[in-house]
Write a protein of this length. Structure first.
Length: 520
């Protein structure tokens, strides 16, 4: 068994278990909500249209947007946020099929039951529901498949699921991780679909043995989710994860690109060594992770001064970097009780990047030079920047307009510009793929982008613990841009593991802090 396969296999019990529990819980909650709503719609026909309309409208809201609202508006994070959103998505097919199934029960049968003296409640439970059961179960079957798929999208709000494989695997181009997530989600969806279909057949045939078999299968799946510790997969040899009920627990937030994955492991290593049980919440969106830190769902994460300045502080002016840092530190403390321990020592700014040969052919060395050519060029960007205030400011500063704009996963932008699918991309200045792929960073003479110094942020609860501060303080000013660029290249170009890249950064920090001693 390869090390890459083993590394992903170790994560499977927890991620698949969390995915199963999330799916089954959302489906059960959807049934509890949809069934009474269907009975109300059938009893008072005037409410049928509005109830179905509300459920349909919820389906039209993009799932990621609904998940993000759980954090931003309601202050929920992780599994609770995902559970509410997925429950809302599961209601429509169950509600619609229940209403349709019961409404289509042969009225002659209902009248016969009424003629026998049955009450309305008895008719519902003893006649209508049994006859409509196959249609109702078909709706539950549809909802189950939907929820399994949508649960993979819960990763950006901190919910553990098989989506963690997919999001991190796409970013680091780890095919093994992506396959674990895709195959795992597909296998779970097919298993639930088959078992619920078996229950549908059992209901249609009034077969108790088939019903018992379907129930047993569903119980086994739920048991696998509730007790992942029973799976025959242990921690990998040499693992430095030290989870214990006696150790204080901290959550480290991680955005969805390679540099963040590496730095989070450096942070986690120091906190683990200091006696904390550390949980990494990876692939979080910028606004989600900041809201999670403010609400106490995340204890530590690394952000960038320009992101805080533009996105959270809503500032459009750009003073000197030192002033940005000073004002940001004071604003974080006053408005959110968040502590900035300081800058790590490097800046990872947004930059416009082109293929070097294309830039030479057009005579472009700066964004200013690019303005005249932009109306004939295609721009590629990560899926966040084009909607953020930093992009609006850069566009207005230079009055630059491209022929077209396309959003990509950050990993896929680089092949897109290399292969000529787009002409310009919005890259990160510390990305090791820039020199490796023969790309040119265009100068920003008008300072359209704010400074993006990497800063170490600590939430209200963790900042009160001096052990956390003491463990993390040595990271401040300890990482230069070249170290970060090489670490990013190890993962993105050389296909080394994230743990290897984090070890490289730790060794560079040690060498920098003790220059007379060689780093191990």
């Amino acid at each position: 068994m390869s090390d890459a396969f083993q590394a992903q296999l170790v994560r499977l019990p927890d991620l698949l278990g969390a995915h199963i529990v999330l799916t089954v819980s959302a489906l059960a909650a959807g049934i509890v909500i949809a069934m009474p709503a269907a009975f109300v719609a059938l009893r008072w026909r005037g409410l049928r249209g509005p109830l179905l309309a509300v459920a349909s409208v919820i389906q039209t809201v993009p799932s990621l947007a609904l998940l993000a609202l759980m954090v931003a508006v309601f202050g929920l994070f992780g599994q609770p946020a995902a559970l509410i959103a997925l429950t809302a998505y599961s209601v429509l097919p169950i509600l619609r099929n229940t209403v349709t199934g019961i409404a289509n029960v042969d009225r002659a049968v209902v009248e016969a039951a009424r003629g026998m003296g049955m009450t309305a409640r008895q008719i519902l439970w003893r006649v209508e529901l049994p006859l409509a059961a196959p249609v109702i179960i078909a709706g539950i079957r549809t909802a189950a498949v939907w929820v399994v798929g949508m649960a993979t999208l819960a990763t950006p709000v901190g919910a553990d699921s098989l989506g963690s494989y997919i999001f991190s695997g796409l970013q680091t181009r780890n095919t093994t991780a992506v396959l674990f997530g895709v195959v795992g989600a597909a296998a779970l969806a097919v298993s639930l679909d088959v078992l619920i279909h078996l229950a549908e057949i059992a209901a249609a045939r009034r077969s108790r043995p088939l019903g018992a078999l379907a129930s047993l299968g569903l119980a086994l799946i739920l048991a696998a989710g509730l007790w992942p510790g029973l799976w025959p997969v242990g921690a990998p040899a040499g693992s430095d994860t030290l989870a214990s009920a006696d150790r204080p627990h901290l959550v480290v937030g991680v955005k969805n690109f390679t540099e963040q994955f590496i730095l989070a492991r450096v942070v986690a290593h120091r906190l683990t060594a200091a006696g904390f049980d550390v949980d990494l919440k990876e692939n979080l969106g910028s606004s989600v992770v900041f809201d999670a830190l403010s609400h106490g769902h995340v204890d530590v994460y690394i952000d960038y001064s320009g992101t805080i300045w533009a996105n959270e502080m809503k500032r459009t002016d750009i003073p000197a970097p030192a002033q940005v840092q000073d004002q940001m530190v004071r604003w974080l403390a006053a408005e959110h009780r968040v502590t900035s321990l300081g800058a790590l020592g490097f800046e990872n700014t947004y930059a416009l990047v082109m293929r070097d040969d294309a830039a030479r052919r057009l005579g472009v060395t700066s964004i200013e030079d690019l303005v005249a050519h932009a109306p004939r060029l295609a721009l590629g960007s990560d899926y966040e920047l084009l909607g953020r205030p930093e992009w609006a400011r850069l566009r207005d500063t230079y009055r630059i307009e491209f022929a077209s704009q396309r959003s990509f996963d950050p990993t896929l932008m680089y092949p897109a510009v290399v292969q000529g699918d787009v002409d310009v991309i919005t890259a990160f200045s510390t990305d090791g793929r820039i020199p490796a792929f023969g790309l040119r960073v265009l100068a920003d003479p008008r300072r359209g982008f704010p400074p993006y110094d990497a800063v170490l942020l600590v939430g209200p609860r963790a900042s009160a613990d001096q052990r956390v501060i003491a463990a993390l303080a040595p990271l401040v000013g300890a990482i230069d841009a070249e170290t970060m660029r090489q670490a990013n290249r190890m993962v993105d170009v050389d296909r080394d593991s994230l743990d290897a890249a984090a070890a490289f950064v730790r060794a560079a920090i040690l060498a920098r802090q003790t220059p007379d001693r060689p780093a191990n």
